[in-house]
Ligand binder design. Structure first.
Ligand code: HEC
Ligand code: HEC
Ligand code: HEC
Length: 231
């Protein structure tokens, strides 16, 4: 990934005064992978939506037949945080869609990413490290930070190990998310269930919040992916 600087988010050195720090954009952003889906208006958080959503749709949902060719750039490609937050982009065609969660806590959507990652401390937190108090308040209706992360972590480990046994993923300590496709997986034909479950695992892993961005959706995707592999 490219390192980002102030200009990624601010209009800089236009007037040489405080207005130089206005955000470069706060306009609503379309959903790249599925333009018919709308991404909620997150106010200033729209800024982040420009870069932190999935760029490629999971290929499994649109493929015909029972198998699919795995490619090098498999998965939602990259930074699927927004996609997870709005509950879109997972591979659902291989899943039993019963019990699919439909709601996102309203508090999470207000200003989206900004409220937890920026508007804390003096309102200018540029470490982008989320505030525990703000996050706790935002997800109050679904649980607390530790139980959410622990539950998602357990499911992710189980799904990862299943996908390792199915020889599509391998543990890889040099990869940011700790796994990569096994050598030779790209180019191979794979059952849609294994490929789809792999996409869902990668989306949860690349989101990097261990379910905080949308606990109900991520938990559902992981549980149903595991169930699909056991059928
Ligand atoms: C990832 C996006 C992002 C990057 C990169 C970024 N900022 Fe910000 N910055 C923000 C957001 C969001 C706010 C809060 C704006 C608000 O709440 O109105 C902010 C606020 C500020 C403010 C306060 C503005 C005011 O009106 O009070 C200053 C000053 C600032 N940033 C400077 C910088 C500098 C200097 C850099 C580079 C080192 C930088 N920012 C990089 C997103 C970013
Ligand atoms: C211009 C594109 C762009 C915008 C706009 C943007 N980001 Fe990012 N962000 C990135 C990239 C690229 C990285 C990975 C940077 C790296 O690895 O050096 C990143 C990394 C991050 C990280 C992880 C930082 C870390 O230490 O690992 C967080 C958190 C984050 N962004 C939050 C935000 C938030 C919140 C906003 C909106 C205020 C935002 N980003 C806006 C492109 C962007
Ligand atoms: C409800 C509060 C909340 C909201 C809203 C939120 N995040 Fe997060 N985010 C978190 C928490 C908590 C973590 C996990 C941090 C940790 O594990 O230390 C996290 C993790 C991340 C990471 C990984 C950071 C890292 O250091 O590895 C990125 C990138 C990120 N969020 C970006 C975003 C973006 C982009 C949005 C908007 C779509 C967003 N977040 C919305 C709370 C939030």
């Amino acid at each position: 990934m490219t390192t980002i600087n102030c200009r990624a988010c601010h209009k800089i050195h236009t007037n040489f005064e405080s207005t130089d720090w206005v955000l470069s954009t706060v306009s609503k952003v379309p959903c790249y992978v599925k333009p018919t889906d709308t991404i909620a208006n997150m106010g200033k958080g729209n800024l982040c939506v420009n870069c932190h959503q999935a760029l490629s749709i999971n290929p499994v949902d649109t493929a015909t037949g029972d198998s699919i060719k795995v490619t090098n750039r498999f998965g939602s490609h990259y930074g699927p945080q927004v996609s997870v937050l709005i509950g879109r982009g997972g591979c659902e065609s291989i899943l039993d869609t019963g019990g699919r969660p439909t709601t996102i806590p309203a508090a999470v959507l207000t200003n989206g990413c900004i409220q937890c990652h920026v508007n804390v401390l003096d309102g200018k937190n540029h470490t982008f490290k989320p505030s525990k108090a703000v996050v706790t308040a935002a997800i109050l209706s679904i649980g607390n930070i530790d139980t959410v992360k622990a539950a998602v972590n357990t499911l992710m480990l189980e799904l990862r190990d299943t996908l390792v046994v199915r020889k599509i993923l391998k543990k890889d300590s040099s990869a940011v998310i700790g796994v990569s496709l096994v050598p030779g997986a790209a180019g191979r034909s794979e059952s849609k269930k294994v490929a789809g479950a792999c996409c869902n695992y990668l989306m949860a892993a690349e989101d990097e919040s261990r379910g905080i961005h949308n606990f109900l959706y991520v938990k559902w995707l992981l549980e149903k992916s595991l169930a699909a592999l056991k059928e």
